[in-house]
Ligand binder design. Structure first.
Ligand code: HEC
Length: 184
């Protein structure tokens, strides 16, 4: 009984230190694109056919010119060195629920213009760090991390996203004020 209690406390302590290292993402169900632009953003499509070659180019942008990995992590799980203490935390692209609620056009909008909810996620295109083409490539690569080879998911059209279930994220991953704020 005593050993059992200690094991439980140990797990709780690990959980707590993991949470304090990473402040937590904001709700995936809360759109980042302002309301007056979201319809247009959702309708945007990658300007090229989504192929394995494009995903490979996107990886080059993610780990190179875009410096995305510094915050989003080499594995795209949101745990890059720059993520320490960042609140809200960088998006975890390996969470397939994220790709199911977000279109590639909405992601492209954020990479172009930045996130209104997190100034650290700057607009890489408007800042002139990467081109629009590179931004699309990076988005497609990021989606490939959670889409596990499903090309429709990687392409992420508004039509495909509208057919996916709306997920409630695990409470521990989110700030309380963003729980259950479903808006799609
Ligand atoms: C300085 C750290 C940092 C860098 C570098 C960075 N990001 Fe982010 N990114 C963030 C943070 C923090 C968030 C979470 C913002 C939020 O919750 O709105 C985020 C969120 C995102 C999102 C998700 C927005 C949504 O719809 O929820 C996308 C897409 C994204 N980043 C793409 C990129 C790409 C592509 C690059 C490289 C060109 C990049 N990021 C580089 C910190 C960074």
């Amino acid at each position: 009984m005593k050993t059992w209690k200690m094991a439980v406390l140990g797990v709780a302590a690990i959980g707590f230190s993991a949470m304090s290292a990473n402040a937590g993402e904001l709700d995936i169900l809360k759109p980042r694109v302002p309301a007056d632009q979201i319809a247009a953003a959702k309708a945007m499509k990658p300007p090229f056919a989504v192929t394995a070659d494009m995903i490979a180019k996107g990886k080059d942008v993610f780990t190179g010119a875009g410096t995305c990995y510094t915050c989003h992590g080499a594995a795209g799980d949101g745990n890059g060195p720059g993520a320490a203490g960042m609140d809200p935390s960088p998006r975890n692209f390996t969470n397939s629920q994220f790709e199911q609620v977000r279109t590639s056009g909405e992601m492209f909008w954020v990479v172009s213009n930045g996130s209104p909810l997190q100034p650290a996620m700057v607009g890489f295109v408007t800042a002139g760090q990467i081109t629009e083409k590179q931004a699309w490539e990076a988005v497609i690569y990021e989606r490939s991390l959670g889409c596990k080879g499903d090309m429709s998911c990687i392409e992420g059209s508004a039509d495909w996203v509208s057919k996916q279930p709306v997920h409630e994220e695990a409470a521990g991953n989110l700030k309380p004020e963003f729980l259950n704020t479903a808006a799609k």
